[in-house]
Design a protein around this ligand. Structure first.
Ligand SMILES: [Zn+2]
Length: 146
């Protein structure tokens, strides 16, 4: 991939700065770099994938910085953390409410519109509690031959 193509694949510095500002995050160089990469489109990237893409661009962001930055982004609600299991988590740049389809064979995560999943019953909640979000991960695999 050419350098020009890669640049078109990223947010501008100003767009990234705006996103960080709106979430009250101080815009360090490393945070701007990660934001420009992750928010180029709606996508799900793991910390390892972000690290790999940054090092392809000869970036100086360390592994610890990538992990700390993603943790901060998740805490401030800038990204949504999608936890598949204890070893697999993705950072989702799509801010709209939605569910996920997880392809266990390829490890790919796909968005599912909220209207496509109907939840007809929820466990009884104490009257002091209310539902503030429901995140569904549907795990799929290719059918085994009969
Ligand atoms: Zn998603």
């Amino acid at each position: 991939m050419s350098a020009t193509l890669q640049n078109r694949d990223r947010l501008t510095r100003e767009q990234a700065q705006g996103l960080l500002d709106r979430h009250g995050i101080a815009p360090t160089e490393q945070r701007l770099e990660i934001t420009r990469l992750l928010f180029a489109r709606h996508q799900h990237l793991s910390a390892e994938q972000i690290l790999a893409q940054l090092s392809m661009q000869a970036s100086q962001v360390s592994k610890a910085t990538v992990y700390n930055t993603l943790k901060l982004f998740a805490e401030t609600g800038l990204v949504r953390e999608v936890i598949i299991d204890s070893a697999k988590r993705f950072y989702d740049s799509n801010p709209n409410p939605h569910h996920h389809l997880f392809h266990t064979d390829s490890g790919r995560l796909e968005d599912v519109a909220p209207a496509r999943v109907e939840i007809t019953d929820l466990p009884g909640l104490s009257p002091a509690m209310e539902v503030v979000g429901v995140d569904v991960v549907i795990r799929v695999a290719p059918r085994k031959a009969q």
